[in-house]
Design a protein around this ligand. Structure first.
Ligand SMILES: NC(=O)c1ccc[n+]([C@@H]2O[C@H](COP(=O)([O-])OP(=O)(O)OC[C@H]3O[C@@H](n4cnc5c(N)ncnc54)[C@H](OP(=O)(O)O)[C@@H]3O)[C@@H](O)[C@H]2O)c1
Length: 260
């Protein structure tokens, strides 16, 4: 089979929220491509188990440290550990997050603030720490994970649609500001992709559950996405093959979004 050489061998890649779901698939994809991977999540046992499996499957250098991305001291300690372990950072994937979709009047101040901390401020803090490291290496690539709702919100999708819009805006702002430094910044706007958060909600047969979700959401391609499809897209976006792509928001939603 013809292969697309990604040029990720030896690169240092941070993936947040990497113990399960999409972050884990992404960490494994990077590791298979020869990157050195630094992964964080809050639950130490789940994180270490994922890291161990990835190390065994790929033979890659994998650094796994528990961190809550909503806590600035955790973010600082994590990035410091990556620098001390791997000597710098080439790739950052701001992925940690969870669903928070409710009707406007049901969302109180605490919920708004928590979602801003998780989906906006975590990415802001990681970028603030990592961009100087990327500049020192002559460039880098950042992917912010957001949702299609950040472009075109539906009803009862708060606070997520607003915090994701902020993530999309942050992506464009940083892409423009840091292009001269060789740092590319893109976002993947998700629709519905198989992951641990969906598995937790499923009752009964998982395949039937995903088929129902695809039907209810009227996904044009007729199914939900696979975590590996997310990982492939992110790996491409951070790779040399995408070196002319920055400030872009790519929908990964099977055609579900009404907007491009
Ligand atoms: N899958 C989808 O259909 C979909 C759709 C729209 C958006 N997204 C977004 O895609 C990203 C990945 O979602 P997923 O579906 O893969 O979710 P998931 O299966 O629930 O995995 C989430 C990962 O993030 C970690 N995490 C959550 N909060 C964290 C925090 N405060 N600090 C550090 N790590 C944290 C979790 O580990 P711990 O709990 O141990 O911390 C876990 O490793 C999220 O940003 C999510 O909002 C996903």
């Amino acid at each position: 089979m013809d292969t697309l050489e990604l040029g990720l061998k030896g690169k240092v890649a941070i993936v947040t929220g990497a113990s399960e779901g999409l972050g884990r698939a992404c960490a494994e994809r990077f590791a298979r491509s020869g990157a050195r991977v630094a992964m964080c999540a809050r639950r130490a046992d789940v994180l270490e188990s994922a890291a161990k499996t990835i190390r065994q499957a790929t033979g890659a250098d994998v650094l796994a440290l528990p961190a809550d991305v909503t806590r600035a001291p955790d973010v600082e300690a994590f990035v410091a550990a990556v620098v001390s372990g791997f000597g710098g950072v080439d790739v950052l994937v701001n992925n940690a997050g969870t669903s928070a979709a409710a009707a406007f009047e049901a969302v109180d101040d605490r919920t708004w603030q928590d979602d801003i901390d998780l989906k906006l401020m975590a990415a802001v803090r990681f970028c603030r720490l990592v961009i100087p490291l990327m500049k020192a290496r002559g460039g880098g690539a950042i992917v912010n994970v957001t949702t299609v709702g950040g472009k075109a919100p539906g009803a009862r999708a708060l606070p997520t649609s607003v915090t994701r819009a902020a993530g999309i805006n942050l992506t464009k702002a940083l892409a423009t500001e840091y292009a001269p430094d060789g740092i590319r910044v893109n976002t993947v706007c998700l629709g519905i992709v198989k992951s641990a958060q969906w598995t937790r909600r499923a009752t009964g047969d998982l395949d039937a559950f995903y088929r129902d979700v695809a039907r209810q959401r009227r996904i044009p391609l007729g199914r939900v996405g696979e975590a590996a499809e997310f990982a492939d897209l992110v790996a491409f976006l951070v790779s040399d093959r995408a070196r002319f792509i920055t400030g872009t928001a790519v929908n990964l939603d099977g055609g579900a979004s009404a907007v491009v």
